[in-house]
Design a protein around this ligand. Structure first.
Ligand SMILES: Cc1cc2nc3c(=O)[nH]c(=O)nc-3n(C[C@H](O)[C@H](O)[C@H](O)COP(=O)(O)OP(=O)(O)OC[C@H]3O[C@@H](n4cnc5c(N)ncnc54)[C@H](O)[C@@H]3O)c2cc1C
Length: 400
């Protein structure tokens, strides 16, 4: 693996850096600086800019709108996005559903759904987890029964409950795992359905999380009528789609470039904060040790990611190694949040950014640190908990 960037790659870095600086939406930057929850439009506006440029989905195949960048260019791209503190794009359509559609979908489904995902016009949510099916996802109970209606068309009638559905309050459509054969083995009786969230019988109910945000929801499906043509892949083969999607989701959760940027900011906070004796936290051996250990682990993860990119260059899929990236990436993000909170000390206590932002009561670097800490507890749970990822590594990677 050659770690030196070529002159062309350095020129590419300059190009993307200049583009981001000139085109990043000012209203999104303002919302980020104010640490406030963004509106649906704000969350989509950066993607709309990138879609116009043709850069919204670098990893997609070129025929569907991908950039054709090499893995190294994609790495540079993610580094530059993190460097500019760019808001991550909403992943449900772009990162999760699209690869399932272009791998398993019909031509009609690709034509119908991929453009809306690419342009940031249609918001998708992920309806996998249920109250009794999280880690044990194959145990899901939401039932879809096939009928022929009076109009002569075939539909599924869907009944059940999904939970922890992220940002379903904004969703136009959802991709759902449903049970189409209750008599088959758990994994064998599941289908993958695309459901219009405006269909009668769908209720979205807010779940308030520990930091006070509205990020997740319960979704109730009560006799929801879904045309059969909205099923992706064959009936009862939804588990194949579900697994492919989770591999993409897990790889994206690692966020190495973002963590490098957070580490840089943490160093700046540690350099400016003073301990009780008036010296910088960077001179505090206990703090410095934790910071340095974190930096070493992050560098190791970066090399693991680079190895994955090198494999991709030679045509190999990340596969179950995505579980390693997910575990280490999320643990590092959580340690970064913990250390940032420790660095600002008591100033971290009032954690609702809206109420303290302009109060002058705490230094700017402390605003949002406790929010990050509480919100970041989810990282080791969603996308399949880290314990489950360890089980996957034991079984599939180590063959235990
Ligand atoms: C903020 C957030 C957003 C989410 N967004 C979505 C979303 O948009 N769509 C969606 O479908 N889901 C979403 N999820 C759900 C997420 O995927 C599940 O929470 C996760 O899979 C764990 O399932 P569970 O919550 O039912 O916990 P459980 O499965 O009940 O697990 C509880 C604990 O037991 C451990 N455990 C369970 N089984 C084993 C085992 N075999 N070996 C070792 N340990 C085990 C788990 O690691 C965990 O610590 C979200 C979750 C969160 C927290």
């Amino acid at each position: 693996m050659n770690l030196d960037f070529t002159p062309q790659e350095n020129a590419f870095r300059e190009e993307v850096r200049a583009f981001i600086a000139a085109n990043y939406p000012a209203e999104v930057r303002k919302a980020q600086d104010e640490h406030r929850e963004m509106t649906r439009e704000e969350l989509l506006s950066w993607q709309k800019v990138l879609a116009k440029k043709g850069w919204a989905a670098p990893s997609w195949p070129i025929e569907h709108g991908g950039t054709g960048w090499t893995p190294t260019q994609r790495y540079i791209w993610s580094e530059e996005l993190a460097r500019a503190d760019a808001q991550p794009l909403v992943p449900f359509g772009l990162v999760m559903l699209a690869p399932v559609l272009y791998t398993f979908g019909t031509e009609e489904q690709k034509k119908r759904f991929l453009p809306g995902i690419y342009n940031g016009e249609v918001w998708w949510c992920q309806g996998y987890s249920e109250p009794g099916a999280g880690s044990d996802l194959a145990n899901l109970k939401t039932r879809a029964e096939r009928i022929t209606a009076d109009d002569g068309k075939d539909y599924y009638i869907v009944n059940g409950q999904k939970t922890w559905t992220t940002l379903a309050q904004y969703a136009d459509w959802g991709f759902f795992l449903v049970r189409t054969d209750p008599n088959a083995k758990p994994q064998a009786g599941i289908s993958f359905l695309l459901i219009d969230m405006k269909t009668p019988g769908i209720t979205v109910r807010r779940i308030t999380t520990v930091e006070g945000g509205h990020e997740v929801n319960d979704v109730f499906l009560d006799n929801v009528r879904v045309p059969v043509e909205n099923r992706v892949h064959h009936e009862n083969k939804g588990w194949t789609c579900a697994k492919a999607l989770l591999t993409h989701e897990r790889t994206s959760i690692a966020e190495v470039a973002l963590s490098k940027r957070k580490l840089e900011k943490l160093r700046a906070i540690a350099g400016s904060e003073r301990n009780d004796t008036g010296s910088s936290l960077l001179a505090d051996a206990f703090f410095l040790r934790k910071l340095t250990e974190l930096e070493i682990d992050l560098t190791a993860l970066e090399f693991t990611e680079l190895r994955t990119l090198a494999d991709e260059l030679s045509g190999k899929d990340p596969g179950p190694e995505s579980s390693i990236l997910k575990i280490k990436g999320t643990e590092i993000q959580q340690r970064l949040h913990e250390l940032a909170l420790e660095a600002v000390g008591h100033y971290g206590t009032p954690f609702v950014p809206d109420q303290v932002r302009n109060s002058g009561l705490i230094p700017g670097c402390a605003v949002g640190r406790a929010w990050d800490y509480f919100n970041g507890r989810k990282l080791s749970i969603f996308g399949g908990s880290n314990e489950i990822q360890r089980n996957i590594i034991a079984k599939v990677v180590l063959g235990l």
